[in-house]
Structure formats: structure tokens, C-alpha cells
Design a protein around this ligand. Structure first.
Ligand SMILES: *[C@@H]1O[C@H](CO)[C@@H](O)[C@H](O)[C@H]1NC(C)=O
Ligand SMILES: *[C@@H]1O[C@H](CO)[C@@H](O)[C@H](O)[C@H]1NC(C)=O
Ligand SMILES: *[C@@H]1O[C@H](CO)[C@@H](O)[C@H](O)[C@H]1NC(C)=O
Ligand SMILES: *[C@@H]1O[C@H](CO)[C@@H](O)[C@H](O)[C@H]1NC(C)=O
Ligand SMILES: *[C@@H]1O[C@H](CO)[C@@H](O)[C@H](O)[C@H]1NC(C)=O
Length: 206
């Protein structure tokens, strides 16, 4: 089992001392053929460098869930459901800071790692996998296929040879981290050190 660290609350960056690093938002066209719906899913990738070239950090974005057809339909037109919308409202750029920053002053432990952020556009913590399309509104529920397509892309660009691999996420992405941790570890040989960090990803039914 990969070790799983759950952070109930996390505050890494004090106001005024963070760096940022702008990364282009890309889409994964190949995910369309898997049946992921509408616009292709999006990611932002910043390659590792120096001594970090064998280390990979995969980060899952958060953003709650949709719990009804109406709610999912609402999301489908926002940046949490459409990569076209995501790219247009962010001018195609994602700012990486905190643990994703490439500046060793602000991020001494991970600054030179590969960083691959997967945007959240399925409303189900990357878990849904339903073949049928809802005929009333054309919604598809296929977040797991987005996750799998992204993992295939990561392996294609070299993650399989990682010395260290970290899966992390916040909120709905933190829950996705818990739920996908073992499957993430299964992508690697036993020579890779694999860890999962769930930030604010455990929800009490209170
Ligand atoms: C990053 O992008 C933002 C807006 O998209 C811009 O204001 C900022 O100057 C950019 N930062 C760097 C370091 O390029
Ligand atoms: C969907 O969006 C509309 C308009 O913003 C809002 O009135 C409605 O409450 C939303 N429905 C759900 C289920 O989120
Ligand atoms: C990191 O940030 C510090 C403080 O803003 C700056 O002086 C330095 O040039 C940055 N390093 C790199 C490699 O960008
Ligand atoms: C669903 O998609 C089909 C085929 O693209 C289209 O004909 C139909 O109008 C769509 N229905 C809705 C509710 O958008
Ligand atoms: C790692 O895997 C190799 C072959 O797949 C096996 O021979 C070896 O015993 C494993 N090592 C550990 C520590 O599990």
C-alpha cells in the first residue's frame, strides 16, 4: 500500500511570500475517443529539471461535486465542466505556486519536480464511469476515464521511470487522491517510491 497522508487543514503559504510560475493549459484530445464528454479534459504540465528530473508530482484540482442532473448541467457550462471555458477565463495560463512553484526559495523540496496538474471537470472526484449518455441533456458521467487517460499520458511522457512519484489533491481532488492512491501506485515498479497527499479531502457526513 502506498502511504496516505491526510491533511485535514493545510496552510503552506503565508500572504506575501509566495512565488508564481505561469504554465500553459493544455487539453488531452485523445481522451475524447475514450468517451469523456464534450470538450477534452485539461492539464498544465511543467517539466522537471536538474536533480528533479526523476521526480513527479501529479496534482488533482478540487471543486466540490454535482449531486443532481440539474447541478451537473450547471457545471457543464463553467470552468469546472468545460475546458474551453477554463482556458478562456484564464487566458490559457495557470499560475503554479506553493508546492507547485519552480522557485527553490518558495518551494525548496519540490521546485525541480515534474508538476502535472489535472483540472477537475467531471464533478465526481474522477470516479464516474457510465457508458450511456443521458438522452435528455446529453450529459456523460465519465470522470474515471479522464483520470485514466491522464495517467496514460503521464506514462507516455516518462512518469513510469520515476524515482519518486507523488499524487496529491485538495478538497474533491483530495478525496480523489484517497480513492485513486492504490491505482496510482500500481502504475510503477517497486523501485519507485510512491506517496499520496490528500489535502482537505476527508468529508464527515455530519
Ligand atoms: C503570469 O500571468 C499573469 C496573468 O495571466 C500575469 O499577470 C503575470 O505577470 C504572469 N507572471 C509571470 C511571472 O509571467
Ligand atoms: C443552476 O443554476 C441556476 C442559475 O445560476 C440556479 O438558479 C440553480 O439553483 C442551479 N441549480 C443547481 C441544482 O445547482
Ligand atoms: C526565486 O524568487 C526569488 C525571490 O523573489 C528571486 O530573487 C529569484 O530570482 C527566484 N529564482 C528563480 C530561479 O526564478
Ligand atoms: C444531444 O445531442 C444530439 C446529437 O448531437 C442533438 O441532436 C440533441 O439536440 C442534443 N440534445 C440536447 C438536449 O442538447
Ligand atoms: C521488486 O520486484 C522484483 C521483480 O518484479 C522482485 O524480484 C523483488 O523481490 C521486488 N522487491 C521488493 C522489495 O518487493
Amino acid at each position: 500500500m502506498a502511504s496516505l497522508l491526510v491533511l485535514i487543514t493545510l496552510c503552506l503559504v503565508a500572504v506575501g511570500i509566495e512565488g508564481t510560475h505561469n504554465v500553459t493549459i493544455s487539453v488531452l484530445e485523445t481522451a475524447i475517443s475514450r468517451g469523456a464528454d464534450g470538450t477534452p479534459p485539461a492539464y498544465a504540465y511543467s517539466p522537471g529539471f536538474g536533480e528533479g528530473v526523476d521526480n513527479w508530482h501529479v496534482f488533482l484540482e478540487g471543486g466540490a461535486w454535482c449531486g443532481s442532473t440539474a447541478g451537473c448541467l450547471n457545471r457543464s457550462g463553467t470552468s469546472l465542466g468545460s475546458s474551453a471555458k477554463l482556458i478562456s477565463i484564464n487566458n490559457g495560463i495557470q499560475s503554479f505556486s506553493g508546492m507547485l512553484d519552480d522557485n527553490s526559495t518558495f518551494n525548496p523540496d519540490f521546485y525541480n519536480w515534474h508538476v502535472f496538474k489535472i483540472f477537475y471537470c467531471d464533478g465526481s472526484s474522477f470516479m464516474s464511469d457510465i457508458e450511456d449518455v443521458d438522452p435528455k441533456d446529453n450529459l456523460t458521467y465519465r470522470g474515471l476515464r479522464i483520470y485514466d487517460a491522464m495517467m496514460d499520458e503521464l506514462l507516455r511522457i516518462g512518469m513510469g521511470n520515476a524515482r519518486n512519484a507523488l499524487l496529491s489533491g485538495t478538497s474533491a481532488g483530495g478525496l480523489a487522491t484517497i480513492l485513486h492512491c492504490d491505482r496510482f501506485q500500481a502504475l510503477f515498479q517497486n523501485t519507485t517510491r510512491v506517496k499520496c497527499v490528500s489535502d482537505s479531502g476527508f468529508f464527515i457526513h455530519g
